[in-house]
Design a protein around this ligand. Structure first.
Ligand code: ATP
Length: 310
């Protein structure tokens, strides 16, 4: 659906992006993460055919940005990080204006616009002036606008930036809705936790170079190389810790008020013997589960040192 090879953009001697490789299939939601100036916008604008690369290839649904930009623009909905709305236009007029530009004619035009307003939950602002919308509502209007021509591919540049927590959740739910409609999406952000439950693939870019490009599962595995368990027993926790201490597979045991934090050695994934040993030693298990990966710390580990000048 979206493929790039060695995609590179130079300004003078400066590489805005360097050797970007993407291979996204239909229905993929790619979280494009990186600090300010990393190259996210540059990559998206090239795929949207709004900017030429210095070298490299990009294809959307098999169409090359060099030979078939018109077809690509039909297939792609690109939402830039900042866009203006016109002061003297109502929400519905704003959408109709762009629907007309997409040559959506007659009764169909209003129908499509109403449908999109409904999709982004903005029906209630249909007759409000566009410049009176909140930032979150404006972003949703921007999304409605790029959906008018029913594009298969969406390129969304920081759609959640500047939004309050509630509006972020609404934006995330909207992205999930678009994902469920089968759209192929590239969505950029400064932060991974915001996107991790929406995306199935993640790319981390810094200073024009993509250092991570993998499925969300693989990225999480990369961050968490050791399994951490929370183990609770009724009664003598210290005695339970002693039982586990003898195991070759355990790296460390750290007591907490109501349970033990048991870190397994790297590469150990099968820990099914541990509860058996505790039970055999006469303990009653009240808690036994893997610690969930903390997305904030995963992100910090992955992006350590990023955004700093060399
Ligand atoms: N027209 C230009 N001339 C010179 N340098 C440019 C130009 N456009 C972008 N750059 C540089 O290319 C780099 C990548 O910019 P880009 O806008 O792609 O980053 P980004 O990851 O989208 O950042 P942000 O999160 O701030 O939007 C930046 O260092 C930027 O200053």
């Amino acid at each position: 659906m979206i493929e790039t090879h060695d995609l590179t953009k130079k300004y003078g001697d400066f590489f805005a992006i360097k050797g970007i490789e993407l291979d996204l299939k239909q229905g993929d939601v790619f979280g494009f993460i990186g600090p300010n100036g990393a190259g996210k916008t540059t990559t998206m604008r090239i795929i949207a055919t709004l900017l030429n690369p210095t070298w490299g290839e990009a294809y959307v649904c098999g169409h090359s940005i060099y030979t078939n930009p018109k077809e690509i623009r039909r297939l792609v909905g690109y939402m830039p990080d900042f866009f203006g709305v016109y002061d003297d236009m109502k929400v519905i007029e704003y959408l109709e204006f762009f629907a007309a530009a997409y040559r959506i004619q007659g009764a169909k035009r209003r129908e499509v616009c109403d449908e999109m307003l409904n999709l982004v939950d903005l029906d209630f602002k249909r007759d409000a002036f566009a410049n009176t919308l909140s930032r979150g509502q404006t972003q949703r209007l921007g999304l409605a606008r790029v959906l008018l021509h029913d594009p298969q591919v969406l390129l969304l540049d920081e759609p959640a930036s500047g939004l309050d927590p509630r509006a972020r959740i609404e934006m995330r739910n909207l992205l999930k809705r678009l994902r469920d409609m089968g759209k192929t999406i590239i969505v950029s952000s400064h932060i991974l936790p915001e996107l991790a439950d929406v995306c199935n693939k993640i790319g981390i870019i810094d200073r024009g170079v993509m250092s991570v490009n993998a499925s969300v599962d693989e990225v999480m595995k990369q961050v968490r190389q050791k399994t951490v368990l929370h183990v609770g027993v009724a009664g003598d926790q210290e005695a339970a810790a002693k039982v586990l201490e003898g195991s070759e597979m355990i790296e460390s045991i750290e007591p907490r008020p109501t349970f033990l934090v048991v870190t397994l050695k790297e590469g150990i994934e099968d820990y099914s013997d541990l509860p058996t040993w505790l039970i055999q030693a006469g303990h009653k298990i009240t808690l036994f589960r893997e610690e969930e990966i903390n997305l904030e710390s995963a992100f910090m580990a992955l992006t350590k040192g990023m955004g700093k000048k060399t």
